[in-house]
Design a protein around this ligand. Structure first.
Ligand SMILES: Cc1ncc(COP(=O)(O)O)c(C=O)c1O
Length: 397
């Protein structure tokens, strides 16, 4: 069992940074972030500078660069391999339109296990005569063997979530990636459910791109994200959108008028378009400092330890249907109830609905997704949170 080595005093110090934790047991990072005081202060400082006109755009853009560097550090990649984006959809669409597909090529995806934002961008490829090969999930889990069996000599790209939003299994991206590397197939990861919570060392992982937003485990704001793209692919990716931000204008980029002969950045900056979401960059800069100071290895050990305890406790209710089959599948997302016995925010199972209401009455923030009760943990959760859920449900018996 992954053992959290995080001292209680350290978790308490982290908890004290999140005002939301004073009024609720927050178990919903898989839905959205909660704001830490230093992150809010960073955004306030940005607004103060706007109000007083005390900084110019390039001063603000220092925070874009510094957040890029901190994300690169978190993921063990080069800053030049990181694009600052708006969200997961932005990153995924950027790849879908920049990739050098030819009519008759195909891509492979397991839509049963993906969020719609990593499905629609691929379905659109059909308009360009790309064959979108859809592989079914098995009990909510991505079947890597079925994905590789669907590939052939015209397969150019595959995409999976690092962790599904429900039932919350971690995908074996290493097994899939090793196969894709052998066949020169581009592997794109929707990493939003794991970024900032589970450890990644993207330079070592056999993947080509990783898209995320800052609005979940990275503890930033909505409307901003990052995308890692392996440097070996960059010059083969031709972004659909272009503005001055993506063009290499040399040292005087801000004042250059733009030439009719231009060159895209060699780096992932080629994917950036127009003005940045500066408030979100201030936020990400602060939240990434917080997370990097703790380290994602320690965060992962901590959340997996708590997740295991929660899962074991819930199993006693006979409702824990989504049980990881191997350690590799374990994540910080715990779901219970039957998958797809309901949808987004509702369940057809009366017992699940009663549990949902009882938990909400006890100020335990969680969600119903694909008909399942869903809990998502992060570094600020502790064993008392797990016990609060279990004792609340126990009182229902
Ligand atoms: C796996 C996954 N991908 C993508 C998203 C959201 O995508 P975007 O950042 O484009 O809003 C979510 C949101 O819940 C998600 O769970």
């Amino acid at each position: 069992m992954p053992v959290s080595k995080m001292p209680v005093s350290k978790i308490e110090a982290i908890r004290a940074l999140f005002p939301a934790l004073t009024s609720q047991t927050y178990m919903s990072i898989c839905d959205k972030m909660i704001l830490a005081d230093p992150v809010r202060q960073a955004v306030d400082s940005f607004l103060d500078k706007l109000a007083m006109a005390s900084a110019n755009r390039t001063d603000h853009e220092d925070f874009v660069e510094s957040s890029r560097i901190k994300f690169a550090q978190m993921m063990s990649v080069k800053p030049d391999e990181v694009a600052v984006t708006r969200n997961v959809s932005d990153g995924v669409n950027a790849i879908a339109w920049a990739f050098p597909f030819k009519a008759g090529d195909n891509i492979v995806i397991c839509t049963d296990a993906e969020h719609p934002n990593n499905i629609y961008p691929w379905l659109r490829l059909r308009e360009r005569d790309i064959d979108v090969r859809i592989v079914p999930a098995i009990n909510g889990r991505i079947d890597i063997d079925a994905m590789t069996a669907a590939m052939d000599s015209r397969t150019r790209l595959a995409t999976v979530a690092s962790v599904s939003f429900a039932p919350g299994y971690r995908t074996d991206t290493t097994k899939l990636g090793e196969y894709c590397q052998k066949k020169n197939i581009f592997l794109l990861i929707d990493g939003v459910q794991s970024a900032g919570i589970l450890h990644h060392d993207l330079a070592q992982e056999p993947i080509d791109a990783f898209a995320t937003s800052t609005s979940k485990g990275l503890l930033g704001l909505y409307g901003s994200g990052f995308m890692y793209i392996n440097e070996n692919w960059l010059d083969r990716l031709n972004p659909a959108y272009l503005s001055r931000t993506g063009v290499d204008l040399g040292s005087d980029a801000a004042s250059a008028m733009g030439e009719h002969h231009y060159q895209l950045y060699a780096s992932a900056k080629r994917f950036e378009v127009g003005s940045y979401n500066l408030a979100a960059s201030y936020a990400a800069d602060a939240s990434l400092s917080l997370l990097n100071a703790i380290g994602t290895q320690a965060i992962e050990a901590h959340v997996l330890h708590l997740a295991r305890a929660l899962r074991e406790g819930l199993a006693e209710y006979g409702l824990l249907i989504s049980k990881p089959q191997q350690t590799l599948e374990e994540s910080h997302i715990i779901t219970c109830g039957e998958l797809d016995a309901g949808g987004h925010g509702f369940s057809h199972d009366t017992r699940i609905n009663e549990m949902h209401k009882t938990l909400l009455d006890a100020n335990i923030t969680h969600t119903l997704r694909r008909g399942q009760l869903r809990f998502g943990l992060h570094v600020y959760n502790n064993m008392a949170d797990v016990e609060h859920v279990l004792s609340t449900l126990n009182n229902m018996k």
